[in-house]
Design a binder for this molecule. Structure first.
Ligand SMILES: [Ca+2]
Ligand SMILES: [Ca+2]
Ligand SMILES: [Ca+2]
Length: 327
């Protein structure tokens, strides 16, 4: 249980929802920067406020490591790094795959970082433990292992006390998931019917915009299916996309935008495309940014605490990484 003292105890506060801010229209994609990322074999990025100070940290999952950065003066400042030391997976997928999810879980203080890669026989759950802060001095924290993770974490939905996490496993030897293996934890809370999901999929994510949950799933043909509220029927779709995508309200008007990538194989040139949505249907693009390398993961969050989320696109380059930040 968190203790109500100013001690460096992580506080059990979930990341504030950007939807509580008043609707103020902002320009999208005015600034783009590309940052070097020191993570080997990068697979996924997730952006969330780990220490509840109002500024989001950037967490990058590599095939065998997990690294926490803060964004400071337009550069990534490393806060913590931990090896993923689980035994190797008996069957590896053709191409490396990883899943990274940061969420508050009922019954665990603070936020939990759920990380799983196809290199390991299992993954792990971590807590962020902030180091004591001296005014004006940035001190690193640590990632503390909370326990093993046998599944691939996909998405978290629901208010505190009713949190549900969608999880799955890889189809053996492949880098995709089967819809019939998608289920929710805790196991006694499975009202969502995944019946409308494509049989096989590369990605499944959920974003809450205002009070509405938007689900997105990318099938093997590179079609993004968007579900509003429940997973009972697809309400919108967009073809020819990669498996890295994000649904987020970037301009603060209360309606989501959808951020997608190209359906090109990882490693080649790629791009980030931002579109408005009408309901759950993607409309014309409003901004495009090209990347020399293949984008493997897209996330969003507010690293400077000004209430305006930024888009983070992790690109892979011969086992090395760079991060495109779009504000
Ligand atoms: Ca923070
Ligand atoms: Ca919007
Ligand atoms: Ca911001």
């Amino acid at each position: 249980m968190p203790v109500p003292t100013p001690a460096p105890t992580p506080v059990a506060t979930p990341a504030p929802s950007p939807s509580v801010a008043p609707a103020v229209k902002r320009k999208i994609g005015e600034k783009r920067s590309t940052l070097a990322v020191k993570v080997e074999d990068p697979l996924a990025v997730a952006v969330a406020d780990l220490d509840a100070d109002g500024r989001a940290e950037i967490v990058v999952l590599g095939a065998r490591e997990l690294v926490v950065f803060a964004l400071e003066a337009d550069a990534l400042s490393e806060r913590a790094r931990v090896r993923l030391d689980e035994p190797p997976a008996p069957i590896r997928s053709r191409s490396r795959t990883g899943a990274l999810l940061i969420t508050a879980l009922d019954g665990e203080p603070g936020v939990s970082i759920l990380a799983r890669t196809s290199d390991g026989a299992s993954g792990a759950r971590f807590a962020w433990k902030a180091a004591e802060k001296t005014a004006g001095t940035l001190v690193p924290g640590t990632l503390v292992k909370r326990g093993p993770l046998t599944y691939y974490p996909l998405a978290a939905v629901g208010a505190p006390g009713k949190r549900r996490v969608a999880v799955t496993d890889l189809t053996p030897g492949r880098d995709s998931f089967e819809a019939k293996h998608v289920f929710f934890l805790p196991a006694d809370a499975n009202p969502e019917s995944p019946a409308a999901l494509p049989e096989e999929l590369y990605a499944l994510e959920a974003s809450t915009v205002g009070a509405t949950v938007f689900w997105g799933a990318v099938d093997l043909a590179g079609t993004l299916l968007i579900y509003k509220g429940q997973l009972d029927k697809a309400d919108g779709k967009l073809g020819n996309v990669g498996y890295a995508f994000e649904i987020v309200d970037l301009d603060g008007d209360g309606a989501p935008e959808v951020v997608t990538t190209d359906a090109a194989a990882p490693g080649g040139p790629d791009q980030v495309i931002i579109r408005r949505m009408r309901g759950a249907t993607p409309a014309g693009s409003i901004a495009r940014f090209s990347s020399k390398f293949g984008i493997v993961s897209v996330s969003s969050g507010d690293p400077d605490g000004d209430g305006v989320p930024a888009v983070f696109a992790l690109a892979r380059r011969n086992g090395k990484a760079e991060l495109m930040v779009i504000e």
